[in-house]
Unconditional design. Structure first.
Lengths: 71, 506
């Protein structure tokens, strides 16, 4: 099953930089309701689970995603 | 004339018997005897739409007559606004706010309660920064309300859902819950304030907004499940029901629907007590009573739960509105297209308060009085930065922004438009000027990313297809062109900023 990575507008993670990968489904949400985490570090939700930096980069790498960087 | 304005947050109109026998989301009837009793007395609006979405933008529409989403997002009242409580008290009308709506007291939305002569804040709902103990609320309830990874009990982060579990930890009886307190206090206020010559009372109930945490008998009223089962959530995340953090099993979704329904019935019963007070105190003869909501809430429709993230379907934007006017007691139904922003002029009209220019608002009193059957040809609605939506009551048309476009924000103080609840930020990428057509005031202006609720243009026939399942944008080119022309004309009439045409590709 294709992994799903959810990001939001304020999460300081540029989902556009992920979309080079066809094996992962990216979803940009307006808000993922984690504003308290969002204001202090980059995060994404990977298959329903919250992942914050520095674990986020490792998680993306394990999914085969080449991340071009944060905005 | 007095005005009692009752907002029930997130109340879907299809859950009210006056609009539909059975909600579209359930296969059972939901008890709303008191709202239905009110509807029999009131004028019921059948084609009423939200304007600026979601919660606080709706309140700025009601209280200031500003359809703000073309210019700015969720935010505070602006210094150039003329809010009803300020105008009313300047005219000698005493004003009162009764609410359990934490957003009034949270980062990102100041200025709404300060002008009332009195305000009562019932503490504890949603993320209310109220109780800090017990640090470790009961495990079973935490399982129903939060994800321990994102909301650790030992974290001091903003918007930690543990706050709600702490706030309700001592709740025992129905009377401890929020709607019972809000409406009980309303009844008390009505009884205690009859010496005033004239009053405006704004009752803003956060219920039926999530979390859908209700006491018995409501928790078991529409489900055979154990409402305390740790596998059954009362606070679903917004998003797709079939994937990601918002994923729900069919069983979980059915439970969420049942708790929403229970919340509606709880609010209905306590609203009924306010109606009883209006009866016993003889207040109907000199009081306009307005009952409405800011928006709806998707309970699985189109595969979504929540709001904000998807097309502003009617389940979100077509809201209930019922108005009792003592000079026009015949009630009845109004089919004309009306907009949330119209309640500003309606309240001022009823109280005989001169609001000067009424910005984007048009009084609904002529419709209630039967003096007119027409009001608006089209209603405009949406979220700042995303799609702009328009309806004539027969069709809805939803026009997305161009991908990767930006949307300027105009405000004297709102500088973090995608993260309303966190501490204000500073910016260096802005300029200032007289950018708003309805004021000479100077505002900050800066651009932020637009966001997509959908990528395609959408047209729905809401008379023939009220669930909005079939996108007719290609099948009905004449209607699509008419709605696009109407959108263009309405933006022109409102003197919307030129970038709106650019970001929409119009």
């Amino acid at each position: 099953m294709q992994p799903i990575v959810e990001t939001c507008l304020s999460s300081d993670v540029d989902s556009g930089s992920f979309r080079v990968c066809d094996d992962v489904a990216f979803r940009e949400r307006r808000c993922l309701e984690h504003c308290g985490i969002c204001r202090v570090r980059p995060f994404a939700v990977v298959d329903g689970a919250l992942v914050v930096e520095p674990e986020l980069s490792a998680a993306m790498e394990s999914l085969g995603v080449e991340q071009e960087g944060h905005r | 004339m007095n005005v009692l304005f009752v907002s029930i947050d997130s109340l879907r109109r299809d859950f009210l018997g006056t609009y539909r026998d059975q909600p579209t989301a359930t296969n059972y009837d939901v008890e709303t005897d008191n709202f239905d009793r009110f509807a029999e007395r009131a004028t019921v609006f059948d084609t009423h739409y939200a304007g600026s979405l979601p919660c606080m933008p709706a309140r700025r529409e009601w209280l200031t007559g500003t359809q703000e989403f073309l210019w700015r997002p969720w935010g505070p009242l602006e210094p150039f606004d003329n809010p009803i409580p300020q105008l009313a008290r300047d005219a000698g009308v005493v004003t009162q706010l009764i609410t359990d709506h934490f957003h009034y007291f949270q980062h990102g939305s100041h200025g709404y309660y300060e002008d009332f002569n009195g305000f009562e804040f019932v503490r504890g709902h949603e993320y209310d920064a109220w109780q800090t103990s017990p640090r470790d609320p009961p495990d079973a309830f935490l399982e129903q309300t939060l994800d321990r990874e994102s909301d650790p009990v030992d974290s001091t982060q903003y918007l930690n859902r543990t706050a709600y579990a702490r706030n309700v930890n001592d709740f025992e009886d129905e009377s401890d819950f929020f709607a019972p307190k809000v409406f009980s206090r309303t009844s008390e206020w009505l009884r205690e304030n009859q010496d005033w010559a004239e009053w405006f009372c704004f009752v803003d109930s956060f219920d039926v907004h999530e979390p859908f945490h209700v006491p018995e008998p409501y928790a078991s009223m529409y489900t055979d499940e154990d409402p305390t089962d740790a596998d059954l959530p009362v606070w679903p995340y917004y998003g797709r029901v079939d994937e990601g953090q918002s994923e729900l099993t069919d069983r979980q979704l059915a439970f969420v629907q049942s708790q929403f329904a229970g919340n509606v019935t709880m609010v209905d019963r306590w609203f009924g007590r306010v109606m009883d007070t209006l009866d016993t105190e003889g207040l109907w003869d000199d009081t306009m009573v307005i009952v409405t909501s800011d928006h709806g809430f998707a309970l699985g429709e189109h595969g979504w739960v929540g709001k904000n993230e998807f097309t502003a379907y009617d389940v979100i934007a077509r809201t209930p509105l019922m108005i009792w006017h003592p000079d026009h007691p015949d009630g009845g139904r109004v089919s004309a297209v009306t907009s949330a922003v119209d309640l500003y002029a309606t309240v001022l009209d009823a109280m005989g308060v001169d609001g000067g220019e009424q910005r984007h608002s048009r009084s609904l009193v002529p419709l209630v009085a039967g003096q007119s059957t027409d009001h608006r040809e089209y209603a405009l609605y949406g979220y700042w930065g995303s799609s702009i939506n328009i309806t004539d009551g027969s069709y809805t048309y939803h026009h997305p922004p161009i991908a990767d476009s930006t949307t300027p924000c105009h405000s004297t103080s709102m500088l973090n438009p995608h993260s309303w609840f966190t501490p204000p930020t500073t910016r260096t990428d802005l300029d200032a000027g007289e950018y708003l057509p309805y004021t000479e005031a100077t505002v900050w202006r800066y651009s932020e990313d637009s966001w997509l609720q959908h990528r395609d243009k959408r047209l729905y026939d809401v008379e023939g297809d009220p669930q909005q399942r079939d996108n007719l944008v290609d099948d009905e080119p004449d209607v699509t062109t008419r709605m696009q022309t109407a959108l263009d004309r309405r933006l022109t009439e409102l003197e919307a900023p030129i970038y709106q045409w650019e970001r929409l590709g119009l």
